[in-house]
Design a protein around this ligand. Structure first.
Ligand SMILES: [Zn+2]
Length: 707
């Protein structure tokens, strides 16, 4: 299953092991003991489907997709013209190998998308986007600006400077970046070196491949400046640490990590075809853009940076090159509605703020720009087109914020808004406003979550029973599992999938070992998946169907947090994360105070264990600590990476201790390893668990999520 080059989790070997399995269902899995119960006339498995239990799209699904074909603005083909404009050279090698020997990037698996006009299991709008994302090669944006597209989830851009090439957003991992640079040099690079690097924002698909193109010594010596928006380093990892394991697990749904690329499986991610699986790395920026608007001459090119915090990312910036009338719009504007709420899980983004920064970009630069390019998708040429896109995107986010809150102020709740809110027709007819990353459905719920939170204000949902605790009563009152299965089958056969999922989910919650119930719910999810325009929603339904049918694969879990990412983690963030890794139930009755000093960077922390809670505060020290631990931050990093235990650091004198050193072992004993395969759908978890034990003070957070 080649799909699993999408190694966005830290558990690279876990997923890598799955990738070797060839097809999705060949993965060795341990299933729960299951008992089949009565089920009437299930739909027949589909020959050619990647899963032995996979089904064909129903006539309801086929009709729905047919309907979409007739109502969407397919006559507007400008995206296809823009997508292929300026092609200098296609990439001829379909696979890019990782240094570690596996495939880092594979475009072969998406070629099926271009072999057919339509598929009855792929929403025509999503198919169109995935065909557009099949561009794979080197493109001229304008003379002096070039992009390599289709080598990763994101695009890498090159701007001609006085002495060399200014690189913008070096992808997710090093190997695709190296391949992109090679292709670029072969045709237009003229052998000139990299003269500067710009990271547009903090997400991992905009800097993770930097080591493929830049030598860190050249950055440290000042030869190659690396420019990024303010607070860049804090945000590169902060977003993914505290709930990192949960986010990694949820990526299996949003990014469909277990689904092979196939008409009935994974068909691309909307932003791009997937995420590369080479070596991620990070070189810290040397020049931060601190002001709202800041002009910097980069290798002889005048660039105007526009700070756009709390938009698509917590820290992000646009760049205008007035000499070329070229607007780099980062990821603030793409050929899709973006996520206000991201399904992998993240704090909800600020749609109104986002809209305002697009409006500023329009009025500062967009009234004169002649080309606009971005970190995903393809450029827009001509001022009229640029204005059309900027104005549409501005209104897209503002409308969503305003109209959702308009409804909320009239009593529409978070549990209803996705069935009520709609984009205005004018925006629905613009391809670049359709939902290939965000969707109006999950974003509208996100807007309410941001302003009002999870509660719909009905006390019945305020402190509800857990699903597994309430479901048995439903099943009993509905007359037992065979009645529910019969009715569920009937609803399924009538194409009433949302109603079917209501009752079948109750049954699966009540009876996790009921294979017939899980299989039928999987069939329902599968049809819902085929019907989605949004790849995150499609993948989530299909991923749940996959796990209900197959169980959660039991590969080995192995650590692979990038050393660069660990180094970028502040000591405070590390200590905060220890407080999360700690199982408080194991710390009952413990009480101690530790002074932590890291002399090489001049930081001090007061760490306290009290009330089964681990806290820390920077800049403070206790007068009477139980333990004082002095260790250079660079040495502490060895422990954080798992290269050398704290015990060994103390033993060889690298770390100095004063007081009760047994505290460190006590604290370590409360630390728990998070399993990246926790159960989401009932009855899908294997009986065994093989999470490797890691050192109490090692950090396992994974690479930052791309987006
Ligand atoms: Zn991105």
């Amino acid at each position: 299953m080649k799909k699993n080059q999408s190694t966005v989790t830290s558990r690279r070997n876990f997923i890598g092991g799955l990738a070797a399995a060839g097809t999705a269902f060949a993965i060795p899995v341990r299933m729960l003991a299951e008992e089949a119960s009565g089920r009437s006339q299930p739909a027949a498995p589909l020959k050619g489907h990647f899963h032995p239990k996979g089904k064909a799209p129903s006539k309801f699904t086929v009709d729905l997709l047919k309907q979409a074909r007739t109502t969407l603005p397919f006559a507007d083909k400008r995206d296809f013209e823009e997508q292929k404009k300026g092609l200098i050279a296609p990439m001829t090698e379909m696979k890019i190998m990782a240094d570690a020997g596996h495939v880092a990037w594979d475009m072969e698996r998406f070629q099926f998308l271009d072999k057919q006009e339509d598929f009855d299991s792929i929403h025509p709008s999503l198919l169109r986007q995935s065909k557009l994302n099949n561009n794979y090669g080197l493109y001229e944006v304008i003379p002096g600006i070039y992009q390599v597209r289709g080598f990763d989830l994101s695009d890498i851009s090159f701007v001609r400077g006085k002495t060399g090439w200014i690189v913008i957003d070096p992808l997710v991992t090093a190997e695709p970046v190296r391949a992109a640079w090679k292709l670029f040099q072969k045709h237009v690079g003229q052998g000139l070196p990299v003269s500067a690097v710009i990271y547009s924002h903090s997400h991992g698909d905009h800097w993770g491949g930097v080591r493929g193109i830049v030598n860190e010594a050249d950055v440290r010596s000042g030869k190659i400046p690396v420019i990024a928006p303010r607070n860049f380093m804090e945000h590169t990892i902060a977003e993914n640490v505290y709930a990192g394991n949960a986010m990694n697990r949820r990526l299996f749904y949003q990014y469909g990590l277990l689904l092979p690329a196939a008409p009935h499986g994974y068909v691309g991610q909307g932003l791009g075809q997937g995420v590369s699986a080479g070596a991620p790395g990070l070189i810290a920026p040397t020049r931060l853009v601190e002001k709202e608007i800041e002009e910097i001459e980069v290798d002889g090119v005048k660039m105007i940076f526009q700070d756009t915090p709390n938009t698509e990312a917590p820290t992000e910036m646009n760049t205008y090159i007035p000499g070329m009338k070229a607007l780099w719009i980062a990821e603030n504007v793409i050929a899709s509605l973006h996520n206000i709420y991201t399904l992998r899980g993240a704090p909800v983004r600020n749609a109104l703020n986002w809209s305002k920064y697009i409006a500023q970009a329009l009025h500062r630069f967009g009234l004169e720009a002649e080309v606009m390019f971005a970190s995903h998708h393809w450029p827009r040429w001509g001022n009229a087109r640029i204005q059309e896109v900027l104005r549409g995107q501005r209104d897209l986010y503002a409308h969503m914020n305003n109209q959702v809150l308009h409804y909320a102020n009239q009593g529409v709740t978070i549990n209803e808004i996705h069935n009520v809110y709609e984009l205005p027709q004018g925006l629905q007819n613009k391809w670049f406003c359709r939902g290939y990353h965000g969707s109006a459905k999950h974003n509208s719920r996100g807007v309410i979550q941001r302003f009002l939170g999870f509660w719909d204000c009905n006390p019945a949902t305020l402190v509800p029973l857990s699903p597994a605790d309430s479901a048995p009563l439903y099943v009993e009152m509905m007359g037992g599992s065979s009645k529910i299965l019969a009715r569920g089958q009937q609803l399924h056969n009538e194409g009433k999938y949302l109603l079917a999922q209501e009752i079948l989910n109750k049954l699966v919650q009540a009876e996790p070992a009921n294979t017939a119930a899980k299989d039928l719910l999987a069939d329902v999810f599968e049809q819902l998946g085929y019907q989605q325009e949004n790849p995150g929603l499609r993948n989530s339904y299909l991923a749940a169907a996959y796990e209900l049918r197959t169980g959660i694969p039991q590969g080995e879990t192995a650590s692979s947090s990038s050393p660069d990412v660990i180094r970028a983690m502040s000591t405070e963030l590390f200590l905060n994360f220890l407080g999360i890794r700690m199982d408080s139930r194991k710390a009952e009755g413990m009480r101690f105070t530790v002074n932590l000093i890291t002399p090489d960077n001049g930081e001090k922390f007061l760490i306290e264990m009290e009330n089964a809670t681990l806290t820390n505060i920077q800049g403070f020290q206790s007068d009477k600590p139980d333990l004082t631990l002095t260790i250079n931050r660079t040495d502490l990093e060895q422990t954080m990476m798992g290269a050398k235990t704290l015990e060994a650091q103390i033993k060889d004198g690298t770390a100095k201790v004063k007081g009760d050193v047994s505290i460190l072992a006590k604290l370590a004993s409360t630390m728990v390893e998070f399993d990246p395969r926790f159960q989401i759908m009932p009855g899908t978890k294997a009986l065994t668990s093989n999470v490797p034990k890691i050192d109490g003070y090692k950090v396992e957070v994974g690479a930052p999520s791309p987006e």
